[in-house]
Design a protein around this ligand. Sequence first.
Ligand code: AMP
Length: 417
Amino acid sequence: MVKLSVKDLSVRGKRVFMRVDFNVPMEERDGQMVINDDTRIRETLPTLELLIERGAKIILAAHLGRPKGKREPSMSLRPVAIKLADMLGRPVAFADDCIGEKVEKTAGALKDGDVLILENVRYYNEEEANEPIFAEKLAKVAELYVNDAFGAAHRAHASTEGVARIVAKRGGQCAAGLLMERELKFLGDELENPSRPFVVILGGAKVSDKIKVIDRLLEKADTILIGGAMAYTFKLAHGVKVGKSLVEPDHKQTALDAEAKAKKLGVNFQLPTDTVVATPVDTGKLNKKGKPVYDLTNVRTVKGDIPDDAEGFSIGEETAKRYAEIIRGAKTILWNGPMGMFEDARFAGATNSVAQAVADATQKNGAKSIIGGGDSVKAIHMAKLGDKVTFMSTGGGASLEFLEGKELPGVAALRDK
Ligand code: AMP
């Protein structure tokens, strides 16, 4: 269902309550909180600039970290307000609370084109509980509602869902921001009727995390390529030994069912034929979380059984080559989950090859490539190919739930076009 867009609203002189994802990574330096990566702020600029140009009075709501209902100073949005002012090249007001009389007064004094950021909504437990009285308090300043926080849309919280429902009940319009609109277009509409061949690349840690995505995409894709640790559950289900690899023995049947469904639907379902493994050796040390630290020794590639002393960390080069060839012929690509533990350079080769093939298909074959959020986005950035793909989702959990075909509460609360 296509949602009302921020472009469709008449916003001049109206107070627009906009939920954004300003959950940026921060670090304390010399007693001050410093923003390490401002991507999430930058990504809201197109919607903000549109609203400013059209004379809206903009009230931004967001969460930062997990303060668990307390006023945790290190999780204040004040540094974000300063950063945003810098990026917009205009003043941004900051309210040191998200509800209450002072906020209402400040919001009431806004002029057309002004921007106000409210303090972290998660300073109140009522936010995550979507508590109706709290949502009413937040909604007091809202005439219209815009949601540009796709990454938080899978949660029915007060600022992502409750406020929208209240605004709609009063007859105010609730619309998707430009970023939200792009997410819904690429992860939704584009995959409904994809140009073919449609190749889906799935990796990451667990089959159980991705099985609903696999199940849904089996009905759309021409080819599914499996990588990452989830491949070991498929191996195990076929009676192949997996040594010390991360595996889910309880999900062997899940894996076999997915393969059977692929066969029935005529989907080309590919599994790795070689694996990069290492032998973990206990160092006797413990990490910060109190877990034993292992050295990964004797990195090598094996076919078939993984030796008892070894653990798999990536698909092998032979598999990566085969996958890359299939990817280069695709017209639509969806990639979710790395092909191995790419954070360690010794196991990043295959993930990088897949990233390169996705970029090549996009640049040379005119494919639409959609990177489904989380670690695959990190992998694309690590391979320095961020500008060579069509779309990278800003959502982690939200992308996964959306790809499963679930209706996200933050999206459901917006008006259909
Ligand atoms: P996910 O969040 O399910 O997409 O999983 C991503 C994580 O899985 C990344 O941190 C990878 O390092 C990890 N991962 C992928 N493949 C493997 C593997 N073969 N062994 C261990 N970890 C892996």
